[in-house]
Write a protein that binds this ligand. Structure first.
Ligand SMILES: [Zn+2]
Length: 567
């Protein structure tokens, strides 16, 4: 045997020292004893996860993950609970979600009187002239009939007499109509002579008297009057109020297990504020935003767009939002054939097709995603046509139709053929269930309303969300609706043959939404090197009984490897 040379001993010693210095770093956090649904097809199940520097270090069994812990590692014992990727809200309105917590909320109101009482209580706390803003009322949800009404809507007179000093603006749950009192109409310069604007209607009775409900674009004048009033306030106050609403929105999302939020339409000024927050590390969850303005306002202002992964992946704006019609509840959905419950009426085309075409070519030029709100079957067909013409030859554009709610059966396969994502909201199906058949009849409802099974079977990609604050942002309620198509309150079912499987619904709310934002490499599943956005829930969403979905508690919400909420 040959003796080792002096040089080889030196090399050997050097290697020992080097390996000691480069010893693998220890995890910042480990989660043990979990039932982990990773959403990663290579390794769908696991027991434990290690996190390092905001990313997933390893996914595996308890023993292999424990081996990655050091003295400073934080340990979470999941105690056999369900661990999954953080929920991604696929379509909501972030600042409005926060603002909704400041304004009056009528989502749960079951009578007009309840709403009037809330308005009067608020008026008592405000100085004269200050606006009273509310949202979420829905005439179809009222259990008591209204004495003084037209077409199911209350006349404004009674409320106007009780609120002579405060303009009152109350948004419909759909966001597509508003109720205003006399003071608000006066501020907006609206009187009996005011004509209906294009794409909107001021509801009047048979004598031409204004009822107090403003549909679609007819809301604009009153909203502008409110905005003008707000703009008289000083900038620092407005900014502080905005930050407060964002804080409230983050709080609510984190409590409900949401780690990323896809915002369906922000202004340039809001985008600037979000970007600043992300750069200053002030966001506690991730935002992915669509910019929403007219073509004229956007065409020369998109130099800085898309904005990708700002502030360590906390803010991205890579999409443009526009809309082609309104909502079904307020007869705004643009249909191929008339409503069953409104003679010769096919709904509203709210944005001219030429404008949408201009926005589409702008999105194409900027390589941004185009996201178009379309509810009615005519609306969806028009948008599919525009998308087909603009994305020809480009396979991976990920343009989206927001809602994709009522489809002509012949248009369903086009989503998959064209690579257009159907960005649906599970909870809208069961919320709308009581009036869809009235509006559309049985045939249209059974063949193309919330046609998730048909879309999935045709190979379409689905994103899922709530349209919050139109609905509660809680993903568990929307997940329940997605897999049951049954109302949580009354048990009423809506064409259950179109429901999703548990796996499909979970995919839609995680990897599906990540894909819909070009983010599936970073989010949506629990895989090595992905962002450490994780939730722990009290029930196994893939296996628990249907009703248990509704009683599921969020135990931990982890974003970027840090606990942001603990239940
Ligand atoms: Zn929306």
């Amino acid at each position: 045997m040959k003796l080792l040379s002096f040089q080889s001993i030196l090399v050997y010693l050097f290697l020992i020292v080097l390996s000691a210095c480069t010893e693998a770093p220890k995890a910042d956090m480990i989660i043990l004893n979990g039932v982990v649904a990773t959403m990663d097809t290579q390794q769908p199940k696991a027991e434990a996860i290690a996190v390092l520097k905001g990313r997933i270090m390893e996914v595996g069994d308890n023993a292999s993950i424990k081996a990655l812990a050091g003295p400073k590692t934080q340990t979470i014992d999941a105690k056999g609970q369900f661990v999954m990727p953080g929920f991604i809200e696929g379509h909501g309105h972030f600042s409005m979600l926060g603002k909704n917590k400041v304004d009056l909320d009528f989502l749960k109101a079951t009578s007009w009187q309840e709403i009037v009482d809330q308005v009067l209580a608020k008026a008592a706390t405000l100085p004269p002239g200050e606006w009273i803003i509310g949202r979420g009322w829905h005439q179809e949800k009222w259990l008591e009939s209204i004495e003084h009404q037209h077409g199911g809507y209350p006349y404004h007179d009674d409320l106007s007499a009780l609120t002579p000093d405060h303009p009152v603006l109350l948004k419909h749950a759909s966001g597509h109509s508003s109720f205003a009192n006399a003071k608000a109409m006066e501020s907006a310069g609206i009187n009996i002579e005011t004509p209906d604007p294009a794409g909107g209607a001021i509801i009047r009775d048979n004598n031409g008297k204004i009822v107090g409900v403003f549909e679609e674009n007819a809301q604009d004048a009153i909203q502008k009057a409110h905005l003008d009033f707000q703009n008289l306030k000083n900038e620092a106050d407005l900014l502080a109020a905005w930050h407060h609403t964002i804080e409230l929105a983050q709080e609510e999302c984190l409590q409900k297990g949401i780690t990323s939020f896809q915002d369906a339409g922000s202004s340039f000024s809001e985008i600037e504020l979000y970007k600043k927050m992300a750069e200053a590390n002030q966001l506690r969850m991730r935002l992915w935003v669509m910019v929403r303005h007219s073509y004229k306002e956007m065409k020369d202002r998109l130099d800085d767009f898309p904005m990708l992964n700002v502030g360590n992946h906390f803010f991205t704006c890579r999409a443009i939002k526009t809309e082609v019609d309104g909502a079904l509840g307020s007869f705004g959905a643009w249909l191929l054939a008339p409503y069953d419950d409104k003679d010769n009426f096919i709904g509203q085309n709210t944005t001219e097709i030429s404008e949408i075409q201009n926005i589409a070519s702008l999105a194409k030029r900027k390589e941004m995603q185009l996201c178009v709100h379309a509810i009615g079957d005519r609306a969806n067909r028009e948008v599919l046509n525009i998308m087909e013409a603009n994305t020809l030859g480009k396979a991976d554009h990920r343009w989206r139709i927001e809602h994709a709610q009522h489809l002509h059966p012949s248009d369903i396969p086009r989503f998959s053929e064209l690579g257009v994502i159907a960005s649906i909201q599970g909870i809208h199906c069961t919320s709308d269930a009581p009036f869809v058949v009235k509006r559309l009849g049985v045939d249209r409802s059974s063949q193309g309303a919330y046609a998730w099974r048909s879309l999935l079977d045709s190979g379409a990609r689905i994103a899922n969300g709530t349209d919050a604050p139109v609905e509660d942002v809680n993903p568990l309620l929307s997940f329940y609706a997605s897999v049951t198509r049954k109302r949580a309150d009354s048990g009423m079912e809506f064409f259950t043959e179109q429901k999703m499987t548990r796996q499909e619904a979970l995919h839609s709310y995680t990897l599906g939404n990540a894909y819909a934002g070009f983010e599936e490499q970073e989010k949506g599943s629990l895989e090595k090197d992905k962002l450490a956005d994780i939730v722990i829930l009290s029930n196994n969403l893939l296996e628990c009984a249907d009703e248990e979905i509704l009683s599921t508690k969020v135990l931990y919400t982890i974003v970027d490897g840090k606990i942001r909420f603990q239940g």
